[in-house]
Ligand binder design. Structure first.
Ligand code: NAD
Length: 250
């Protein structure tokens, strides 16, 4: 049941980090069709280069800013393969660390635009396609910072509480239509998004916070996303799955 034979999936933020690792994991799990959604054709072209020709044949790309209402990637998956079984709403951004007192409201708006509004719009379009067909699984990439306070990352942390909250609400609204919605809450994971936090020993301080005393690998998050996406998690609905090496202590 960890295999995705005959399933059609889409992943937003698929050109880097956790999204890219998830794409590779889904392809290894035999996904039939995979729509890779990201900001630019150039990023997506680079992603395709990392795949084998068999894998590339099962992929299509869709350039989109997830915070724009004009971009309907769920509809595109439907046009390409006639259905959509799995949607991983993963695209996200972070801001440079600052206290609330020093954070400009423009930063707040930008983060909420992508991490909040982007997930909301994704739920609307994927939810529509899936509830009509009365089947589907949606996974939202939240964060362990959507479970606890996030000193110096207030806007990011709040946006991840929003993403996790949206997953809980969508789980309630879509469950009667056979659609499951869950979120994954990664701890600090080595991807380009945390490059900005590398300075001043940021990485070793984060690693030290983890019970496992190391940062995560994107493939470790992708495995959890595979579980929540696949039929292996058929009784998970509204779950927030913490995958953080013991960063959050509850
Ligand atoms: P990343 O920067 O490597 O990848 C993010 C991808 O999202 C990029 O390819 C980027 O182009 C894309 N993206 C950004 N804004 C977009 C938009 N408006 N529309 C479409 N695509 C957009 O980062 P990552 O670590 O792989 O992050 C993936 C998700 O995981 C994010 O939601 C992030 O908040 C979350 N997360 C990451 C960590 C971590 O430590 N890496 C921890 C917890 C949660």
């Amino acid at each position: 049941t960890f295999f995705l034979n005959d399933k059609v999936a889409l992943i937003t933020g698929a050109a880097s980090g956790i999204g890219l690792a998830t794409a590779k994991t889904f392809l290894a799990a035999n996904v039939r069709g995979l729509l890779l959604v990201d900001l630019s054709q150039e990023r997506l072209d680079r992603t395709l280069l990392e795949l084998s020709s068999d894998e590339r044949q099962r992929c299509q790309c869709f350039v989109a800013d997830v915070s724009s209402e004009a971009e309907n990637y769920a509809q595109r998956a439907l046009e390409l393969w006639g259905k959509l079984d799995i949607a991983v709403l993963n695209a996200g951004i972070v801001h440079a660390p600052t206290s609330i007192l020093d954070t400009d409201a423009k930063i707040w708006d930008k983060i909420m635009q992508v991490n909040g509004r982007g997930v909301f719009l994704g739920l609307k379009q994927c939810g529509k396609v899936m509830t009509e067909r009365k089947s589907g699984s949606i996974v939202i990439t939240a964060s362990q910072l959507g479970l606890q306070g996030s000193p110096s990352l207030a806007a990011y942390g709040a946006s991840k509480f929003a993403a996790r909250g949206l997953a809980l609400t969508a789980a309630e609204e879509f469950a009667p239509f056979g659609v499951r919605v869950n979120s994954v809450c990664p701890g600090p994971t080595i991807t380009p998004i945390i490059d900005a936090l590398k300075e001043d020993d940021g990485w070793s301080r984060m690693a030290d916070q983890c019970l496992m005393k190391r940062l995560g690998d994107a493939r470790e998050i992708a495995n959890a996303i595979l579980y929540l996406s696949s039929d292996a998690s058929s009784f998970c609905c509204g779950t927030s799955l913490k995958v953080d090496g013991g960063y959050a202590k509850f």
